[in-house]
Write a protein of this length. Structure first.
Length: 318
């Protein structure tokens, strides 16, 4: 026998119908899960209103409290109707085998950052593309030992020290005309220099960067193509010390204006932008490596704070 609960995430109005959209389900506690679900949470699964099983990935589950974090793929979220779906558990069967189905083919990588990055190759990509942390060693994957922050936003996150700690994921999304990158970030101190939360660069230049900028206290997105001086800059969003910020950059080289090509969002809201140089129609950095908390071409530039839920897509998401 399976028990069920209606899932009621916070009501959010969408301006257009969303398709194949991963929704995060979070429960701080649930007494029914504690008493009826398996201790591993493996029997938890989700269905839509029509009884169709939905792909899901169980990011974390605590048997003692019923605390849950799960990503559920909703095939469609109409902008003119309420979308309702259901969580089931208690049938004692394993429903954990469809996790990669949550992330569509345009996701290059999804890192929940729940593992300890001090262990070589430990940070895992959830898409099925195998974009895992590269084996360790200073100059290859990480310097010293970035640590796991158990008090992160969604399960664990990676804690960086802004001095010599960073993580590499290898050659991912080194060129193209469209891309989207996002991450949760909390800085423990006011910004006074660049903080590359996520960067894709080779030894001489960067393809793109998301994080804190040159302007103290501001978030920033940059796009390059062939020369460090040709980039786009969106520095208008303030970064509050010790507060979580969801940073997103969206690039579409087909845009007519600089503002159409490069957009930045903080906590889901668009930020006003100023631009330096000409926004290119594509980004390129041959041989670039994607790094968390570091520019490859500038070893002394690192990020500070806790990072969680890094998502990278080979499309311009809305």
């Amino acid at each position: 026998m399976a028990w069920s609960e209606t899932v009621w995430p916070p009501a959010v109005a969408v301006t257009e119908t969303l398709t194949n959209f991963p929704v995060l389900v979070r429960l701080a506690s649930d007494a029914s899960l504690v008493s009826r679900a398996l201790s591993t949470g493996a029997d938890i699964y989700f269905q839509d209103a029509g009884g169709n099983v939905l792909s899901h990935e169980l990011e974390s589950y605590t048997a003692a409290s019923g605390a849950l974090a799960a990503w559920v793929m909703l095939p469609s979220i109409p902008n003119a109707a309420v979308t309702e779906f259901y969580m089931y558990y208690g049938d004692l069967e394993d429903h954990t085998l469809n996790g990669t189905g949550v992330w569509d083919a345009n996701f290059d990588a999804v890192w929940h950052l729940r593992e300890n990055p001090a262990s070589a190759s430990s940070l895992r990509d959830s898409t099925g593309n195998g974009r895992h942390q590269i084996a360790g060693g200073a100059g290859t994957s990480y310097a010293l030992t970035p640590t796991t922050d158990a008090a992160s936003l969604i399960g664990n996150g990676v804690l960086l020290n802004a001095a010599d700690e960073w993580v590499s994921f290898g050659n991912i999304l080194t060129s193209g005309s469209v891309m989207t990158a996002s991450a949760w970030w909390k800085s423990p101190a006011a910004l006074s220099a660049q903080h590359p939360v996520l960067s894709n660069s080779n030894a001489s230049l960067s393809a793109w960067t998301l994080g804190g900028g040159d302007i103290a206290g501001k978030a920033q997105a940059r796009i390059y193509n062939g020369a460090p001086g040709t980039f786009g800059l969106t520095p208008a969003a303030a970064v509050v010390v010790n507060a979580w910020h969801h940073l997103t950059m969206v690039f579409d080289g087909a845009g007519l204006t600089s503002g159409d090509k490069l957009k930045m969002y903080v906590n889901g809201l668009p930020v006003a932008a100023t631009f330096t140089g000409t926004i290119p129609t594509m980004f390129s950095s041959p041989g670039a490596t994607m790094r968390l908390g570091h520019y490859q071409w500038s070893p002394g530039v690192t990020a500070n704070g806790t990072v969680d839920e890094v998502h990278v897509s080979r499309t311009a998401r809305s």
